[in-house]
Design a protein. Structure first.
Length: 240
């Protein structure tokens, strides 16, 4: 039988644990939806604690969609840290999140450590040369990523050179999307060279860039001898 004093102590301990218990119950409830294709977060600013708790729990997640949530550098820090620390996340959708090169640097550091992420969508995130430098290094180390979406970013010729340098030693990526990324003929040799080394790529999308007939000629030999490439999309370029 508990005496009044010991019962009071138990109540105090229970009150201290209430936030932890509440969050644990929320995580368990969320896990019932994990058979769905992905978890979509429409208002990250109000749901950030739950998202971070899910990632830190290391419960296997099919996918997390944060698209159309503008994320500041400080808001992205805990997300990237959770991924770096071993979050069991298969797909991460960050389209239209205004990440910028700083947050891409954080994500790149996480990509060097994670072994679970297979799909990464970075569509329209203001990724410039600095971000491509960090991402290129990470792609040379990462051994899990299979699909990478980088469309609608001002990557440019120098940026794609850094990406391709990393991809030359990457043998897991099978789909690369570079739609409308300001790539011209000057960036094509780096892509063609990457195709000569990276033998696992199956789909390469380069629509709506600035590639002309001269640049397209670089792809002829690369595509002819590539063992797995099935799709090379050059639509909406300057090819006559």
């Amino acid at each position: 039988v508990s005496t009044p004093s010991t019962w009071d102590n138990k109540k105090q301990d229970m009150m201290k644990d209430q936030p932890k218990i509440k969050m644990a119950n929320i995580i368990r409830a969320a896990c019932f939806t994990l058979n769905c294709p992905l978890i979509r977060v429409r208002q990250y600013k109000t749901q950030a604690p739950l998202v971070c708790a899910l990632l830190k729990s290391q419960i296997p997640l099919n996918g997390l969609c944060l698209e159309n949530n503008p994320l500041t550098y400080d808001e992205f820090v805990p997300i990237s840290k959770a991924i770096k620390d071993g979050a069991q996340l298969s797909a991460l959708y960050l389209a239209h999140c205004s990440l910028g090169d700083g947050s891409i640097g954080l994500l790149s550091a996480a990509l060097k450590e994670t072994g679970s992420l297979t799909i990464l969508d970075l569509w329209n995130n203001a990724i410039h040369l600095a971000g491509c430098q960090e991402l290129g290094i990470a792609l040379g180390i990462n051994k899990s990523l299979a699909k990478l979406y980088l469309g609608a970013n001002p990557i440019g010729d120098l940026g794609v050179q850094h990406l391709c340098r990393g991809l030359e030693t990457n043998f897991t990526l099978v789909e690369l999307y570079l739609w409308n990324t300001s790539i011209s003929d000057q960036g094509v040799p780096a892509i063609a060279k990457m195709l000569g080394s990276q033998k696992g790529l199956r789909k390469l999308f380069l629509e709506k860039n600035k590639i002309t007939n001269g640049g397209a000629a670089y792809f002829e030999r690369a595509v002819k001898f590539h063992p797995t490439l099935k799709i090379l999309n050059l639509e909406l370029n300057r090819i006559m």
